[in-house]
Design a protein around this ligand. Structure first.
Ligand code: ZN
Length: 136
């Protein structure tokens, strides 16, 4: 079965920042020449996440707020003894490191209000996102 791999490179500016990568993913799918199948979008970083949801400005602020509070456990975090970013790791674990989206007619098949987001949890940094298209 044909597969196509692409890497999206990006630079984040904030500590916690959602980045809309829908256009980049659609470009990778187009480039693959695959008409029908699936596209997997995965982050190789341990302090980031990937999710699908609405690109509404207020919701993006809510995501930043949620991600900042999601891992307020009220106990000292052990990883902060060595790296001071335990909350970013925990956010990555809870939100998830990949999503899979159907591909139909050479495009990611998203709902009307859906976009694909890379979520920085420990920025600013240079990051990569791995896109794999599988299908025919
Ligand atoms: Zn760490």
């Amino acid at each position: 079965m044909p597969t196509h791999a692409a890497v999206i490179s990006l630079s984040t500016k904030g500590r916690i920042e959602p980045v809309d990568i829908t256009g980049d993913v659609a470009g990778a799918v187009r480039e693959s020449g695959i008409a029908d199948g699936i596209v997997c979008i995965a982050t190789p970083h341990t302090t980031t996440a990937v999710y699908v949801n609405e690109p509404e400005r207020g919701l993006l602020q809510d995501v930043v707020e949620m991600a900042g509070r999601l891992t307020e456990l009220g106990v000292p975090l052990q990883h902060n003894r060595v790296d001071r970013n335990a909350q970013a790791h925990l956010g990555g674990i809870l939100i998830g490191n990949s999503v899979t989206v159907p591909v139909r007619d050479g495009q990611p098949r998203l709902g009307t209000w859906q976009s694909i987001f890379f979520l920085e949890l420990d920025g600013p940094r240079s990051r990569r996102v791995c896109v794999t298209v599988i299908g025919g």
